[in-house]
Design a protein around this ligand. Structure first.
Ligand code: NAP
Length: 257
């Protein structure tokens, strides 16, 4: 389907589990050379080794996207490994829950630091490599929460995910002259390790609010990410695509009957 992805150098942050792992796997299946990163070194190495055992071209590296020095080191390692970068997927994100009235300043800073600042640091550090590639695709993992919807317990998270889209629109304009596109996937509720940490009452309730009557999978999101990365999507930039089974559509409970 996406024949243009074979041999491309792809970096996926936050790829030791969940959506990032799903995105990385689908790129690798298409013949891309993929670097996956996350903070836990043992886990990311084990995940990469498992994918190599399946015959996929995947390397793992421990990185904290909220730390500028770590991000710079990640780009140097990537250049040594694959000689350049064609596709950057800024997917690393955290979503601890806290009601607004109890939210600590430290919680706000941690979520914004990973989700919003992490996006900025990774895209900025990748620019020399993306410019050189003369292909240049950036795909951000945002969310429906923040840009489209609100959800109790996630003011900080929603703000960080909306911030990614504000960043995207101006970055898309600034980088257009280099032929680099910047787009975002907006997942709904996707079954991942992180999602399964959220309380079970929420998990069971949410599926009933989705017109397609099921939670999403990492593969559902990966398909959209691969589309944005493809040659065929080269004239699309600054756009976002919702992958949510129709969750944002209903105006009333009757609409879900
Ligand atoms: P997940 O299963 O918890 O995976 C998160 C990944 O990010 C892990 O690999 C984690 O590994 C890594 N990570 C976290 N903080 C990091 C940091 N500072 N630096 C580098 N890596 C870091 O989560 P997920 O559900 O797949 O979510 C992935 C992305 O999708 C997030 O941006 C999230 O906001 C977004 N999203 C998820 C859903 C959903 O329903 N699941 C919906 C909308 C949007 P380490 O802990 O080892 O670092």
């Amino acid at each position: 389907m996406f024949s243009s992805l074979g041999g491309k150098s792809v970096l996926v942050t936050g790829a030791s589990s969940g959506i990032g792992l799903g995105i990385a796997r689908q790129f690798a299946i298409q013949g891309a050379r993929v670097l996956i990163t996350a903070r836990n070194a043992d886990k990311i190495e084990a995940v990469a080794a498992g994918m190599r055992a399946e015959g996929l071209q995947v390397q793992g590296l421990a990185t904290d996207v909220a730390d500028a020095a770590c991000v710079a080191a990640m780009m140097r390692a990537l250049e040594e490994m694959y000689g350049g970068l064609d596709v950057l997927c800024c997917n690393a994100g955290i979503f601890p829950s806290s009601a607004l009235e109890n939210l600590l300043e430290a919680d706000w800073d941690q979520v914004m630091g990973t989700n919003a600042k992490g996006t900025f640091l990774c895209v900025q550090a990748a620019l020399p490599l993306l410019r050189r590639a003369e292909y240049g695709r950036v795909i951000l993992t945002s969310s429906i929460t923040g840009p489209i919807t609100g959800s109790p317990g996630w003011v900080h998270y929603g703000a960080s995910k909306a911030a990614q889209l504000g960043f995207m629109r101006t970055a898309a304009i600034e980088l257009a002259k280099d032929g680099i596109t910047v787009n975002a996937v907006l997942p709904g509720n996707i079954v991942t390790e992180g999602f399964l940490d959220v309380d079970t009452e929420y998990q069971t309730g949410v599926a009933a609010s989705i017109p397609l009557k099921r939670l999403g999978t990492p593969e559902d999101v990966a398909s959209a990410a691969l589309f944005f990365a493809s040659r065929e999507a080269g004239y699309i930039t600054g756009q976002s695509l919702i992958i949510d089974g129709g969750q944002v559509l209903p105006e009333s409970l009757q609409a879900l009957a």
